[in-house]
Design a protein around this ligand. Structure first.
Ligand code: GDP
Length: 300
C-alpha cells in the first residue's frame, strides 16, 4: 500500500489512462489494443517492451484465450510482471569476500550519495560490517556529506583531501577494510557529466586499480539511475555498462515522476538486475526490488 502511494505519479499517468480505456468496455476490439499500445509508449515503457506486450496480448485475443476487457487487464499485469521478474535479483554479499566491494557509479544528481547512505544502513541492519570510501574526490561537498553521515551512523568513512586520486582513495580503503575485516566496502565515485569521456575513463581506471587489490573485486558495480530522466536512463545504462560492466541497478526518484515505466524498458532492453528502487528521501525509502509488488502498485 505504501509503494502504491509512492508511485502515485507513474500510476496517475498510466492507470488513469487505463481506467478510461477500459471504462464501459464490454468487448476487446482493435481500438482497445491500439490505445493500450499508445498508453504504454507514453508511460516510457519503450518500444521493444510495448511491442512484446501488445503482440502477446493480440495473440491471446485472437486465440480467444482472452474474452473480455477484465481478462485483458489481468493478462497485461502478467505480461508486465514477466518483463520484470527476470531482473528481480537481490544483492548477495559474499561471506568470504571480506570485504565485498561494491562500486557505486552514476552521474551527479542521480541520488548516488543518498543511496550509499541508505544502502549502508540497510546492510548494517543485516549485521554486515560496512565501510565507505569517499571516491568522489572531485566534489568537496560529496566527501563532507559522506563523512558527516558516517559519523552520525557509526559507519567508518575512508576519505582523502579534495582532488586526491579517486582510485587511490578506493585502493587504500580496500586495504583498510581488509585489515579491519569489514564485510562490505561501498565505494563512491565521481559523477560529473560535462566530461563524459573522462568520467568513463576514470571509472575504468578505478576498476583496474581495484582488481589489482583483489582479483575478484569489485564484486558488484551498482549504477544509480534517476527514473525521472525517462528514456535517457537507457543511454546512461548502456554507457556505464560498456565502460565498467554494471551488475545491478538502483532506480531512484520513482516517487516523484510519471516516468516510472522506464523500468520495463530497462529490463527488456538491458536485462541488468534491478537490486533496489528509491521511492523517497528517507532511509526507509530504499526498497529491495520486487517485480510483483512493483506491477501491482503501478497498475492498482
Ligand atoms: P548524487 O549527486 O548522485 O550524489 O545525488 P544525491 O544523493 O545528492 O541526491 C540528489 C537529490 O535527489 C537529493 O536532494 C536527494 O535527496 C534526492 N533523492 C535521492 N534519491 C531519491 C529518491 O528516491 N526520491 C526522491 N524523491 N529524492 C531522492
Amino acid at each position: 500500500a505504501r509503494l502504491k502511494a509512492q508511485l502515485t505519479k507513474s500510476r496517475e499517468a498510466f492507470t488513469s489512462g487505463l481506467s478510461r480505456l477500459f471504462l464501459g468496455k464490454k468487448q476487446i476490439d482493435d481500438e482497445l489494443l491500439e490505445e493500450l499500445e499508445t498508453l504504454l509508449l507514453q508511460a516510457d515503457v519503450g518500444f521493444e517492451a510495448t511491442t512484446q506486450i501488445i503482440d502477446a496480448l493480440t495473440d491471446q485475443v485472437s486465440r480467444q484465450v482472452l474474452k473480455d476487457p477484465q481478462a485483458l487487464f489481468d493478462a497485461l499485469a502478467e505480461q508486465l510482471e514477466a518483463i520484470l521478474s527476470p531482473v528481480e535479483q537481490a544483492l548477495v554479499i559474499h561471506a568470504d569476500a571480506k570485504p565485498h566491494v561494491v562500486l557505486m557509479v552514476g552521474i551527479n544528481g542521480a541520488g548516488k550519495t543518498t543511496t550509499i547512505g541508505k544502502l549502508a544502513k540497510y546492510l548494517q541492519n543485516q549485521q554486515h560490517k560496512v565501510m565507505l570510501a569517499a571516491g568522489d574526490t572531485f566534489r568537496a561537498a560529496a566527501v563532507e556529506q559522506l563523512q558527516t553521515w558516517g559519523e552520525r551512523n557509526q559507519i567508518p568513512v575512508m576519505a582523502q583531501k579534495t582532488g586526491a586520486d579517486s582510485a587511490a582513495v578506493i585502493y587504500d580503503a580496500i586495504h583498510s577494510a581488509k585489515a579491519k575485516k569489514m564485510d562490505v566496502l561501498l565505494a563512491d565515485t565521481a559523477g560529473r557529466l560535462h566530461t563524459q569521456n573522462n568520467l568513463m575513463d576514470e571509472l575504468k581506471k578505478v576498476k583496474r586499480v581495484i582488481q589489482k587489490c583483489d582479483a575478484d573485486a569489485p564484486h558488484d558495480v551498482l549504477l544509480v539511475l534517476d527514473a525521472s530522466i525517462g528514456q535517457n536512463a537507457l543511454n546512461q545504462a548502456k554507457e556505464f555498462h560498456q565502460a565498467v560492466g554494471v551488475t545491478g541497478l538502483v532506480i531512484t526518484k520513482l516517487d516523484g515522476t510519471a516516468k516510472g515505466g522506464v523500468i520495463f524498458n530497462l529490463a527488456q532492453t538491458m536485462g541488468i538486475p534491478v537490486k533496489f528502487i528509491g521511492v523517497g528521501e528517507t532511509l526507509a525509502d530504499l526498497q529491495v526490488f520486487n517485480a510483483k509488488a512493483f506491477v501491482d502498485a503501478f497498475l492498482d
